[in-house]
Design a binder for this molecule. Structure first.
Ligand SMILES: [Zn+2]
Length: 78
């Protein structure tokens, strides 16, 4: 997304930067929305084992870590 913004600010067409076109601004806004949604989903659904660092994805922490076998209490929201 950062590259797309840089490019839109440099690339010129019809005598102006393409970043000035509303269609390009919409594309970049959609990109931002998708990137932020992905980041938030990962943050919301990831649990990390404090003992071995294993990352578990899901709404709930697992009953025990599949690597170090510590119980659920070892997991913290990532
Ligand atoms: Zn573990």
């Amino acid at each position: 997304m950062e590259y797309a913004i840089d490019y839109a600010k440099k690339r010129r067409a019809f005598g102006t930067k393409i970043a000035n076109f509303q269609a390009i601004q919409h594309k970049i806004a959609e990109m931002y929305q998708e990137v932020e949604t992905s980041r938030l989903l990962v943050w919301k659904a990831a649990w990390r084992c404090r003992i071995c660092g294993h990352v578990h994805y899901g709404d709930e922490a697992p009953d025990e870590c599949p690597y170090c076998f510590f119980p659920k209490t070892a997991f913290i929201k990532n």
